[in-house]
Ligand binder design. Sequence first.
Ligand SMILES: Nc1nc2c(c(=O)[nH]1)N[C@H]1C(S)=C(S)[C@@H](COP(=O)(O)O)O[C@H]1N2
Ligand SMILES: [Mo]
Length: 249
Amino acid sequence: MSRARPDRAAIAPELRRIERRLMLKGSLSLGGLSMLSGCALDDEPSVERALAVMSRFTDRMQALLFSRQRLAREFDASQITQPFPFNAYYDEDEVRTVDPARWRLEVGGLVSDRRPWSLAQFRALPQKRQITRHICVEGWSAIGDWSGVPLSIFLHHVGADLRAKYVNFRCFDDYSTSIDMATALHPQTIMALDYGDHALPSAYGAPMKVRIPTKLGYKNPKYLSSIEVTNRFPGGYWEDQGYNWFGGS
Ligand SMILES: Nc1nc2c(c(=O)[nH]1)N[C@H]1C(S)=C(S)[C@@H](COP(=O)(O)O)O[C@H]1N2
Ligand SMILES: [Mo]
């Protein structure tokens, strides 16, 4: 038996909602969207495809609006959320740990020096501390106190091609995410080694989490294992399942 084709009536309210949002933004109508995406918008897969095209369009607009100078708000020590929540795509008792003395960060892609980095090398670089708000799309936010090496300093050290489009992060818990170069060079994007006055605990991504306060939680990779500079769109664990790629401000 063949699968029934979803009828237009069933998805009409969703289409109306999207159209209203497009019109409100004064940007595009559904007609325009269907031209942009080459989709007829009369079945579910077409709507999915159109939404994916829209999400990539939104990425480009957000990238244009992103300012390297605009800073995320910073808070006082008294405002830190206690205890800071744990989140991952698995439960806390499944957190993976590594021996910090043996951990190395793999470096790849468009960089002149691909030698892996040890924690001692990161500790030898200038550190920056900042108390910022982490926002998770699952509906919670929390203020935390991270410090570490600004990603821009690291990228300069490895001779990264700063005109490349993306920086891709892989993690040893099989997570991944990626960001645009402007965000990678933003002064508040740090490779965090510490939380408060201590080394990053395993729940928060030991030994290294990239803390990006201009981005949503899922774009802040914990348990970092490799970093790659690339012009090939890298996607990510949640982004490949439909989360907006830019995911920030
Ligand atoms: N390696 C790794 N990084 C990750 C995740 C993950 O599952 N694995 N989850 C992301 C999501 S959705 C959130 S909200 C934050 C949670 O960070 P926290 O545990 O420090 O609160 O980590 C992000 N980075
Ligand atoms: Mo999240």
